[in-house]
Design a protein around this ligand. Structure first.
Ligand SMILES: [Zn+2]
Length: 98
């Protein structure tokens, strides 16, 4: 990666797969389904019934819009087999993509 490319984005360097970051960038570019960001509007999302997030990877980042009127997105890492609770109380779990 050239210095020129790195200077275009200010991001923390992630030790995990760059493919995941590419996946996020692709989803963000897709206006019809911006990174499954409607997750907080789903009915599921309790500890017993966490919101299922399909992924081809063992871990991925998921964004939760905790309040509809807010543009703030809570980003968190999901790891396979480990349900995770957003600070708004919404639960997520990583599932393998069918
Ligand atoms: Zn949330």
């Amino acid at each position: 990666m050239s210095i020129k490319m790195m200077s275009r984005h200010i991001e923390p360097v992630l030790s995990d797969s760059q493919r995941i970051r590419l996946e996020i960038q692709e989803k963000l570019r897709n206006p019809d389904n911006p990174f499954n960001m409607k997750v907080c509007q789903f009915e599921a999302g309790t500890q017993n019934q966490p919101q299922r997030i399909p992924s081809n990877f063992d871990s991925r980042i998921v964004g939760c819009i905790c309040q509809e009127e807010s543009e703030t997105i809570s980003w968190m890492w999901l790891h396979k087999g480990k349900p995770r609770r957003c600070e708004c109380g919404h639960w997520f779990i990583l599932v393998e993509k069918a």
